[in-house]
Design a protein. Structure first.
Lengths: 116, 115
């Protein structure tokens, strides 16, 4: 079974701080790495994604850092806000999975709480 | 308009019963999925359909059967419900089999409780 290992399982950060969630993968065929955000009672939604041709991607306060040699990638949330409190999932898939998102493997999720 | 809608949102039933969850997407996507999210929030893919063809079946029990009347709909039928089937079931869709079609669009989930 292809795996994506995500840590920590839960995280508490003070408002204004930096939240960091880490993921590691094993399959070297993975070359698409999205992060999904899920609020209580809602379905997951794509937050940001990266491909391994770059080492970093930034969208607003959210940044993905990617280390291909270490097979690790992480999500950084700068100036964390209470509205960022949610469960975050990393995922990975081969680019040519033959079915778009068919090969998407999810991490087990991180429950993030931003304290006011 | 809701992009991926599923009904019912909540479902409470007795062991042994048969139930269905319906899903519709208005995004024009070719591929639809069913995911199961357990109490620990772990997301596990159950099925995917591409142009009405089943292309993934992740060793789920055959009590679970997906039905797709057309590419905008993928319903999930569950026979002989068991306690362990209690979970939140998410329907999702994604664009066609083109390169980079990795974004999933999820519905809001259907929470199934088996008593």
């Amino acid at each position: 079974q292809q795996q994506v290992k995500q840590s920590p399982q839960s995280l508490i950060v003070q408002k204004g701080g930096i939240s960091i969630i880490n993921c590691a993968y094993e399959n070297t065929a993975f070359d698409y790495f999205p992060w999904y955000q899920q609020f209580p009672g809602k379905g997951p939604a794509l937050l940001i994604a990266i491909r391994p041709d770059v080492s970093e991607k930034k969208e607003g306060r959210f940044t993905i850092s990617f280390n291909k040699s270490a097979k690790q990638f992480s999500l950084h949330i700068m100036d964390s806000q209470p509205g960022d409190s949610a469960t975050y999932f990393c995922a990975a898939s081969p680019e040519y999975s033959g079915g778009g998102a068919d090969g998407l493997t999810f991490g087990k999720g991180t429950h993030l709480i931003i304290q006011p | 308009d809701t992009a991926v809608s599923q009904t019912p949102k909540y479902l409470v039933t007795q062991m042994g019963n048969d139930k269905s969850i319906k899903c519709e997407q208005n995004l024009g996507h070719d591929t639809m999925y069913w995911y199961k999210q357990d109490s620990k929030k772990f997301l596990k893919i159950m099925f995917s359909y591409n142009n009405k063809e089943l292309i993934i079946n992740e060793t789920v029990p055959n009590r679970f059967s997906p039905k797709s009347p057309d590419k905008a709909h993928l319903n999930l039928h569950i026979n002989s419900l068991e306690l362990g089937d209690s979970a939140v079931y998410f329907c999702a869709s994604s664009p066609s089999r083109d390169r980079g079609a990795g974004e999933l669009f999820f519905g809001e989930g259907s929470r199934l409780t088996v008593l």
